[in-house]
Design a protein around this ligand. Structure first.
Ligand SMILES: Nc1ncnc2c1ncn2[C@@H]1O[C@H](COP(=O)(O)OP(=O)(O)O)[C@@H](O)[C@H]1O
Ligand SMILES: [Mg+2]
Length: 360
């Protein structure tokens, strides 16, 4: 803080306008424009007036509620120093820190969490993904699902105009464009990554290994379990055709598409592949490299669709038909659904890499 001018005085008129009305309130803006800071001021202003606030954190990257890779909902009844002090009431799984390839999951998560907000003033903080057609679709969908009374659009130039243009034409919604105060600072990519790693590390700090039988859970976000497993004699044939170089641990056929879990990347020109195609008459193929699934982020969901928490894939054993998952959740046996994400994490929270959509 510098000088005598309060750092966020330019936001005063917008904050006051919202206090006079009902929500929902939707925050939109690129990275580091003050969305989360504005959200905190709004939460604190409303709770100081004894309003009950529901905060929906729709940013799976720089998360405040719950670990990254998820969306989170929290209730506030008193002002807070940091939004991350609020305990999560519910989470929704995205499986990556960028929503770009998960627009459906993101939209479903936003609406499902908003449904839990009850009569509280709903404030929705979003992520900095604003460039391109995908970002426009995401924000327009958020808008349509939430029907906000206020959109707070924070921009340093005119970068939000393509997103705001249709919103400005909607009746029943006010679009506010308060300026970005000078104190709002840009964070380096390294700092953002480090901040996520710290949140992941603290989340997985108390994790323990739990083993799930394939028979006790359903898998989502992967081809695994989505087709019919090859009978043993055909799996043996595929193994013989592709060895060397690759071992095939598991294979499924679904509507002419063959999916293989293999020990190493397959060269598309590999002779054994055409042999397999002739025999199985598959039209297309996915070959998932098993070692690339190690430490994959998983969402563990209960029978009522609630995200119980995250896990990291430690082992996938097709002979024993078990899944080894490292997770801090207290009752891992309550999980009915294992939702595969695409981000890979070390237990200390570092991001190892991401699978491509379609790789799994
Ligand atoms: N009064 C302040 N003094 C210094 N830095 C601030 C102040 N207010 C906000 N910031 C910093 O500005 C950065 C961007 O703000 P933030 O609200 O997180 O933006 P966004 O949610 O749009 O990415 C953050 O790192 C935040 O700590
Ligand atoms: Mg933010």
């Amino acid at each position: 803080m510098s000088g005598t001018v309060p750092p966020y005085s330019a936001w005063e008129p917008t904050l006051a306008a919202i206090m006079d009305s009902d929500g929902p309130v939707l925050l939109i803006g690129g990275m580091d424009v003050g969305k989360t800071t504005f959200t905190r001021l709004l939460v604190n202003r409303a709770t100081a007036l004894s309003r009950r606030v529901a905060l929906l954190d729709a940013d799976p990257g720089q998360s405040e509620i719950g670990p990254p890779g998820c969306l989170g909902l929290a209730f506030a009844e008193a002002p807070v120093a940091s939004l991350s002090d609020l305990p999560p009431h519910a989470l929704a799984f995205i499986g990556n820190t960028s929503p770009a390839a998960y627009l459906l999951e993101h939209a479903a998560g936003v609406r499902r969490l908003a449904d839990l907000a009850d009569a509280a003033l709903l404030i929705v903080d979003t992520c900095g993904y604003i460039q391109g057609a995908g970002a426009r679709r995401m924000h327009q969908t958020e808008f349509d699902l939430l029907n906000p009374a206020h959109v707070i659009a924070l921009q340093r130039g005119n970068e939000l105009e393509p997103i705001l243009s249709p919103m400005r034409r909607r009746t029943g919604c006010r679009v506010h464009t308060p300026p970005v105060p000078e104190v709002i600072a840009r964070k380096s990519v390294a700092l953002r990554t480090q901040r996520r790693a710290m949140r992941f590390a603290s989340y997985f700090g108390s994790a323990a290994l739990h083993s799930y039988s394939f028979d006790d859970v359903s898998l989502v976000g992967t081809w695994l379990g989505g087709g019919s497993s090859l009978p043993p004699h055909l799996l043996k044939f595929v193994n013989q055709a592709l060895w060397p170089p690759a071992r095939v641990y598991h294979a499924e056929l679904s509507d002419g598409h063959l999916s293989l879990m293999v020990s190493l990347p397959l060269d598309p020109g590999l002779q054994g592949l055409s042999l397999v195609q002739q025999e199985l008459k598959n039209r297309s193929l996915t070959a998932t490299v098993a070692p690339r699934l190690k430490h994959l982020m998983l969402g563990l969901e209960s029978g009522n669709g609630k995200l119980l928490g995250l896990g990291l894939l430690e082992a996938l054993d097709f002979r024993r038909r078990t899944l080894g998952v490292l997770t801090p959740i207290r009752a891992p046996q309550a999980a009915q659904i294992v939702h595969f994400g695409t981000l890979r994490l070390a237990q200390d929270g570092r991001e190892i890499g991401s699978l491509r959509p379609g790789e799994l």
